[in-house]
Ligand binder design. Sequence first.
Ligand code: GLY
Ligand code: MN
Ligand code: MN
Length: 427
Amino acid sequence: MPEHGLLNLQIDHLDELQRRYESALNEHGFDGVLIASGAAPYRYGDDQRWHFQGYGPFLHWTGLTGREHSWLLIRTGETPILWLHEPVDFWHATLPRPEEPWLERMIVHTLAEAEPPSLPACGELAVLGDPAQIGSVPGNHNPEALIQTLNETRVRKTAYEVECLAEANRRALKGHEAARKVFQEGASEFEISLAYQQATGQREADAPYHSIIGVNAHAGTLHYQYYDTARPDASRSLLIDAGVRYRGYCSDITRTTAGEGERRFAALIHGLDQLQQRLCTMVTPGTDYADIHQKAHQGVAALLSASGLVTGLDDQVMVDEGITRAFFPHGVGHFLGVQVHDVSGKPKPASKDSPNLRMSRQLEEGMVVTIEPGLYIIPSLLDPVLEGPLGKHIDTSLVAELRGCGGIRIEDNVAVTVDGPRNLTRG
Ligand code: GLY
Ligand code: MN
Ligand code: MN
């Protein structure tokens, strides 16, 4: 059982959600909303299902990630009703109900069948969830305007949510420490994954996203998705991007480690780490997140100069001409919550020069974002630059040397507070 303080904060969290939901329902002319937890679909042409993780709004209220075919009804001025699917089933286990105070704040029913519950009178009802699950339920299905307003209720985290995210970070950091240690002993990507799972006590399928574990050149593929079972001939670099779910909440942390003797790569990691820390100091109320992204590009330009990867070009020219984008092609981060890329980050379309930025809002107290600059050697992005008019400014022998180390990303999870940034990853 988590500590008393967290359980008390969870009660406050539910009270706050009730207020936010009532205001949203009122604004859109609904009396209630029924939320389906979801259910894992079958793989096409197969009798096996995908692994289940749960629908965002259901997790926002309950944190219960493994509960398929369950439902939550929120109505104005009424106690929430939670139906938990608890079948008698000799094929599968049924998760025990948590005995925690928050469940006393809801009316809880057992649902024996994988079918929607019989509802009390609800008035004007919205029904949210996977269309495959909610099809037979009367009501207004997934109304877009209401969903947008409800997504907005996830943007400014309650104190409970921030503490859950902090704990998800603490747990993931144990995994990162273990991963780094076995990498330094020559482990394969597969062995590094096992060490991470062992240290976090979390199997991969339950993680917020598939871990990215790239040794050597694989570190240059942004979302590298395989695990080599063979140990590398030389352990030159490790990029591990891996998180933990805690009570539904995700961490999303990346660390890069240089192998023994990789002086130049280690210096680049050090430079990027310093840049990342400077960017974290910008996570304050009122800052435009796109400005952090821009500062990241300027910092990458400075690092390209300082390392000798690019010579004879002004930092701003490198940014304006897209050279930094060839080395750092993704956004500087995103919202974090019950989904690793949490909702509502981009109410307006991305600007032309940051097409991959997932977040384009001004920061406000309570938001939690990732800050994750990177610097990679990606041939498909660098080759066109090398063949173009500015190619002569790039040191190709240094690029060739670093190619075998793949790339660097450093990612922390940072909460916006009135007192400044609270880095949940570095404590
Ligand atoms: N782990 C995916 C990301 O950093 O966005
Ligand atoms: Mn991230
Ligand atoms: Mn990540």
